[in-house]
Design a protein around this ligand. Structure first.
Ligand code: PLP
Length: 506
């Protein structure tokens, strides 16, 4: 195929500039009905191109024209057999992948650190999760995120009736699982491997990045093109490979989880992002990796910081244990006596540097094709200043030691969070049963040992700490309280102040 083509962008542009008396939605009628504020902020052309399923623009749910063509180009570029454009983020793709492979009562293997969209998929489908916990690094203070192929093999041996395996790879921090081995184990049971690769759509376009999930043998791969490519927020991709997936059921599932009025701005931005990566991806990513190298080299020299960079060839742990994305940097700031939330606030407000993901111990930075040398200089400058202003917390003789008082504060929070990694795995009932159960709000202290009826998810990163159907443990509560106190918000629950939690009524 000719990857220099942009069929959907071209069609949208033609329709946007062609005069037309519009008696269809949206109500702004190609920008004629907008306010001066709207025009000032978005520009008139954005509204002219905000069009519905006109005859020239094809239909996302029955594509046979320009959308089909654009999806076929994307399938070739990303290495898939078939690609679907998504207008509701990876979220709708992950929900649809679960709906397409599991029905009520079917078992599915999912990692304990899965994104909220996986839990939504479980509630929608009625599937029963078999949770697997990723290993936790006490040294780095993060769940490492990768799932061991042996753990999958063991889970499949114990539950041979599992209908699908779902993994997150890469994680927010850019850490990848050994997908080739996992696909092999999964396929021995002739079931599909679904990979949430929301953070990895760029892998196909540079040899220094990890092998893609599709190349590794995954059957469904979901990617947020908006997270690291140039597509608009919410624009995402779902790819399939092989013949284990019922494509008709998948299309139906995507219709359930998406709006019936998908934005053409989003869809066309997927066509444009694919074109950009297919024609210039390697050169752009070479520059991105160079910027990540510069940031890494400068930050790792600063006292009080520890920089985690999966796939970094110079470090044996990051190269061999943490196979992953060398454009992701996670900076542990505990050596400065700060939580990630505090460091984020200072960097954002005082130095105009903003991370993607602050946690208790670290900040994760997404470095992508849109970043410039100026951004990297600002990042380095911000951290130099942060280290200077907190130098009194850094132990003189060891850059990774910190002031006793701060040490206690931060390490107590972290040890609570560490406990989280072994706090779970067996759900008392399925997320769907818990979601539809009769619920009772209980004061926090009385919830220990009760079955949770809602999702409690510190945001960021949106990875649930307690899931509907799980027994509430002391360590999970301690973790949530610590995260809340450190500046995160708790989403998904009825009482974000954590005074009460909804439990399944006995
Ligand atoms: C691992 C992971 N999966 C899925 C999603 C959902 O992606 P989207 O925002 O495109 O719906 C996210 C979003 O942060 C994520 O981090």
């Amino acid at each position: 195929m000719d990857q220099s083509e942009t069929p959907l962008v071209d069609a949208l542009q033609r329709c946007a500039v062609r005069p037309n008396a519009a008696f269809y939605t949206p109500g702004h009628k190609r920008g004629q009905g907008i306010t001066p504020r709207q025009r000032q902020l978005f520009g008139r052309l954005a509204f002219q191109a905000d069009l519905p399923e006109l005859p020239d623009l094809d239909n996302l749910f029955a594509p046979e024209g320009v959308i089909l063509h654009a999806q076929q180009l994307a399938a070739e570029a990303f290495g898939a057999q078939q690609t679907w454009f998504l207008a509701n983020g990876s979220t709708c793709g992950i929900e649809a992948a679960i709906l397409a492979t599991c029905g009520p009562g079917d078992k599915i293997i999912v990692p304990r650190n899965a994104h909220l969209s996986v839990i939504s998929g479980l509630i929608l489908s009625g599937a029963v999760p078999i949770y697997i916990s990723p290993p936790y690094s006490g040294d780095w203070q993060i769940p490492l995120g990768f799932i061991n192929p042996d753990s999958i093999a063991e889970a499949l041996k114990t539950h041979p009736d599992v209908k699908a395996v779902l993994l997150v790879s890469p994680t927010y921090e850019g850490i990848c699982s050994r997908l080739e081995l996992i696909a092999k184990v999964t396929h021995e049971y002739d079931i599909p491997l679904i990979v949430d690769a929301a953070h990895g759509p760029h892998f196909a376009f540079h040899p220094s990045l990890p092998k893609t999930a599709l190349e590794s043998g995954a059957d469904i791969v979901v990617q947020s093109a908006h997270k690291v490519l140039s597509a608009f927020t919410q624009a995402a991709l779902l790819h399939t490979s092989g013949d284990r997936i019922n494509k008709h059921r998948l299309s139906q599932s995507l219709q359930i989880t998406q709006s019936s009025s998908p934005s053409y701005l989003l869809l066309a931005s997927l066509d444009a992002a694919r074109h950009q990566m297919a024609t210039r991806g390697e050169a752009l990513l070479t520059q991105t990796i160079k910027l990540a190298n510069q940031a890494h080299q400068a930050l790792e020299k600063l006292p009080g910081l520890k920089v985690l960079r999966p796939g970094n060839r110079r470090d044996a742990f990051e190269r061999d244990v943490l196979n992953g994305d060398c454009t992701r940097l996670s900076v542990n700031v505990m050596g400065l006596g700060l939580t990630g939330f505090e460091a984020d606030r200072i960097l954002h407000t005082q130095y105009s540097v903003t991370a993607e993901l602050p946690t208790l111990s670290h900040l994760t930075f997404v470095i992508s094709i849109g970043n410039t040398l100026e951004d990297i200089d600002r990042l380095i400058h911000g951290f130099i200043q942060l280290c200077k202003s907190h130098s009194s917390n850094i132990h003189q003789s060891n850059s990774n030691f910190y002031d006793q008082q701060s040490h206690h504060l931060v390490s107590d929070l972290i040890s609570d969070s560490a406990a989280l990694s072994d706090a779970f795995s067996v759900a008392e009932c399925s997320p769907r049963q818990a979601f539809f159960s009769t619920k009772m709000p209980l004061p926090l202290a009385q919830t220990i040992g009760r079955v949770c009826a809602e999702t409690l998810s510190p945001y960021p990163p949106g990875i649930p700490a307690i899931l509907p159907g799980e027994v509430i443990t002391e360590s999970a509560i301690a973790h949530l309280k610590a995260t809340l106190a450190a500046g995160s918000i708790i989403t998904g629950c009825s009482d974000p102040t954590l005074q009460t939690i909804l439990t399944v009524a006995l």
